[in-house]
Write a new protein. Structure first.
Length: 195
């Protein structure tokens, strides 16, 4: 069945280029994940707060390496992308990424997490801002959505500080270890202006 509108972005829009390294500010950058990042990833998914909101853990270094390796394929498939948020010594302190990339709609979901030592300093907001700027100016995306549990106040603050207004709430839509959670839905459009 033919579409009546042309895809917003052609296939190959992401895969035709290398996943970029993105500056955030002095001493902070985004870069693609590497195999040697596995210990930091395992530590992150050992954090109770990350487990609570992401509903998963990693039990071995092999699982952590599999997590880091998957992103190259997902970039080539143009379905998702993830960047390590790294400090001045190129050590991962967190993650920002695009999930559910739809080139036909020029849209994606954003995700983020930080290691406990990096929290409370505005790093998530700055890293997400860098990803938003690249997504709208270089990748050509039009809409970025962000969803989090209504119980996750820290994530809601990051969304608000990065200019993602609340669009609504999805009642009982995600199951966490403590039961069903209502989810806040935030979104930014390219036309919303600079971050």
């Amino acid at each position: 069945m033919p579409l009546l509108v042309a895809p917003a972005l052609p296939a190959g829009s992401l895969a035709a280029q290398e996943q970029p390294h993105l500056p955030v500010r002095s001493g902070l950058a985004l870069r693609p994940w590497r195999d040697d990042d596995a210990p930091a990833v395992r530590a992150a998914f050992g954090c109770p707060a990350i487990q609570r909101w992401h509903v998963r853990r990693l039990d071995s270094d092999d699982e952590a390496r599999s997590w880091t390796v998957q992103w190259a394929d997902r970039w080539r498939d143009e379905t998702a992308a993830s960047w390590a948020v790294v400090d001045a010594d190129d050590r991962p302190v967190g993650q920002v990424g695009l999930r559910d990339v739809l080139l036909t709609e020029a849209s994606a979901q954003v995700s983020y997490w930080l290691l406990p030592t990096a929290r409370g300093r505005g790093i998530a907001t700055e890293a997400l801002g860098a990803l938003v700027r690249w997504s709208f100016t270089r990748a050509g995306l039009y809409r970025l959505a962000l969803e989090h549990s209504t119980g996750n106040a820290a994530s809601c603050r990051v969304a608000a500080r990065t200019g993602f207004p609340v669009e609504g709430m999805r009642r009982g839509s995600v199951r966490h270890t403590d039961g069903w959670h209502d989810m806040h839905l935030h979104a930014r459009l390219r036309t919303d202006g600079p971050v």
